[in-house]
Design a protein around this ligand. Structure first.
Ligand SMILES: Cc1cc2nc3c(=O)[nH]c(=O)nc-3n(C[C@H](O)[C@H](O)[C@H](O)COP(=O)(O)OP(=O)(O)OC[C@H]3O[C@@H](n4cnc5c(N)ncnc54)[C@H](O)[C@@H]3O)c2cc1C
Length: 490
């Protein structure tokens, strides 16, 4: 048996932040990571690393990253004021997001970025993905001007370094299986290490071991039929263990248990994420093209909003289509706007010089119906509205269902490109109910469970139906710090 003040389960962003905060509060800390060291770091290590936080000026951004005078003069960073952040969260979650948790996220998001920086995480302007030159300046759009240097791997590497320097003990290949209680109080975790049972005792336990996205049985059970067929974008280790352990001792489930973050993902990507490929199987440039199902039909408004505000629910829409796939199709007018990952060799791509040739190459698609869909779409475009990809340009369609609300351009200029996608699940929305003052897990009677805290994907109540890109890492750090501090003081 091993004894610590705080036992943290997991070693992703939320767990690492919890461990650091607990050490800052003077606690001795053990971290249990089910993965071997080379596969450790959870979904956090697969992340692209964009961070959504509230800022209203360049001065706010300068608290997070070093900006040269030339970068400031040459950029239009826009804003993501607290009001804009609230509006996005409320709109995307149909006003279901927990008011207290979302207020904490929005109002403390800048502060947690500054805290992460103080722990050695380096942030840089997001020049690569959400910005473009406009009128001589680099204009940022989607309210996401900052990312972690080195993406998710860079974040985990920096936090790994910080926990090592802080004297946190990390146990790899150690799977937490059960919470140990004395009376009602959680006093440790029973784990398995190389086939042997080991007990880690602590005054408090922080569960930060992800959702159930990698567990097909739980996906089918909670998200619904068909979800077992989704590919997993990130780690294979988030099997819902922490949620099960907590529910087993009476923790209160909270949030959108039938909801998940899921995106378009290469049809032939492996079953789980590949750490060497990271997030590169994603296909977020559909806003400039059309999404076509096996029946040759469109099924969503591709241009409803910037991808940041639709991508997390469109994966689920692809899963609902016959055969669970969709082709993204583009013409030569927009291929230069496609994100760099579209150019990777391993993508499932076809090219054609005519629409008829393309129709024949979109495997599994009714080609005749596809050509009819394109004809009707091309005829429906409001051509008098100029195309402008850095704003919601309002260049939409008339008289077709579903409409395309922005960035509608005729598919008429060869060569054409098609990309086969399926649904890639990122993480699940359902989680546990916490006390927002300290991250402590509540039981089904809304009473705090002594000694039990949680963070990251395991916190329920923030996301319903949809999600704004870049929120997961910020909320993981924020609620990780809260839970680590709470656990150390318990
Ligand atoms: C491809 C991809 C791209 C993404 N891009 C972004 C982005 O750009 N910006 C953003 O904000 N978010 C992004 N996300 C979402 C973000 O990565 C997650 O929201 C966040 O990493 C979750 O952090 P976490 O600490 O809760 O979970 P994780 O980072 O998944 O950590 C969970 C940890 O628990 C461990 N674990 C699981 N079960 C056990 C057990 N029984 N015992 C011990 N350990 C266990 C796992 O091995 C892992 O270490 C992305 C996700 C993916 C998959």
């Amino acid at each position: 048996m091993k004894q610590y003040d705080v036992v943290v389960v997991g070693k992703g962003n939320a767990a690492l932040c919890a461990a650091l905060a607990a050490r800052d509060a003077g606690a001795s800390v053990a971290m249990l990571e089910v993965a071997p060291e080379e596969e450790s770091g959870g979904n956090s290590r697969f992340a692209g690393g964009v961070m959504r936080f509230a800022y209203s000026s360049v001065e706010d951004l300068k608290r997070v990253t070093d900006l040269t005078d030339a970068e400031v003069a040459g950029s239009d960073f826009g804003t993501n004021t607290t009001d804009e952040y609230f509006d996005d969260l409320f709109r995307l979650t149909s006003f279901r997001t927990d008011p207290v948790l979302s207020e904490m996220l929005v109002k403390q998001s800048l502060d947690i970025m500054v805290w992460l920086r103080s722990k050695g995480v380096k942030f840089v302007p997001n020049f690569g993905r959400q910005s473009a030159p406009v009128n001589g300046k680099r204009k940022f759009f989607g309210r996401l001007p900052i990312e972690v240097s080195g993406g998710g791997p860079g974040l985990v590497q920096a936090l790994d370094k910080a926990v090592a320097a802080a004297g946190v003990e990390v146990f790899y290949s150690t799977r937490a299986k059960r919470l140990v209680q004395e009376g009602d109080r959680v006093v440790g975790v029973s784990a398995s290490q190389a086939g042997k049972a080991v007990e880690f005792r602590g005054k408090a336990v922080v569960l930060a071991c992800g959702g159930f996205e990698a567990n097909p049985e739980m996906r089918a059970r909670y998200l619904g039929p068909g979800w077992e067929l989704a590919k997993v974008r990130g780690t294979r280790f988030n099997q819902g263990d922490g949620l099960k352990m907590a529910l087993d001792i009476g923790a209160a489930p909270y949030g959108n248990w039938s909801g998940a973050h899921a995106t378009g993902w290469d049809l032939n990507a492996p079953e789980f994420g590949d750490i060497h490929v990271g997030d590169q199987f994603q296909k977020h440039s559909y806003i400039f093209g059309l999404l076509i199902n096996a029946d040759g039909k469109r099924f969503v408004d591709e241009g409803a909003d910037f991808h940041s505000f639709t991508y997390a629910k469109y994966g689920g829409e692809v899963l609902k289509q016959p055969g669970q796939f969709a082709w993204q199709v583009f013409d030569a007018k927009v291929t230069k706007l496609l994100r760099p990952e579209y150019r990777m060799k391993m993508m499932t791509r076809v090219t054609a010089n005519t629409l008829e040739e393309l129709a024949g190459k979109l495997e599994g698609v009714n080609g005749k119906a596809f050509l009819e869909t394109v004809r009707a779409y091309n005829a429906s475009i409001q051509k008098h509205v100029p195309f402008e990809h850095t704003v919601k340009d309002g260049r939409g369609t008339m008289g077709i269902d579903p409409p395309k609300s922005n960035w509608a351009q005729a598919l008429d200029t060869p060569p054409f490109e098609g990309y086969a996608t399926t649904c890639g699940i990122t993480f699940t929305f359902g989680g546990l109910r916490i006390d927002p003052s300290n991250g402590q897990v509540l039981d089904v009677t809304m009473t705090p469970i002594p000694g039990l805290y949680c963070a990251g994907e395991m916190v329920g109540g923030l996301y319903y139906f949809n999600y704004a890109s870049g929120t997961g890492l910020v909320s993981g750090a924020l609620f990780g710090r809260l839970a680590g501090t709470g656990a150390a003081r318990s």
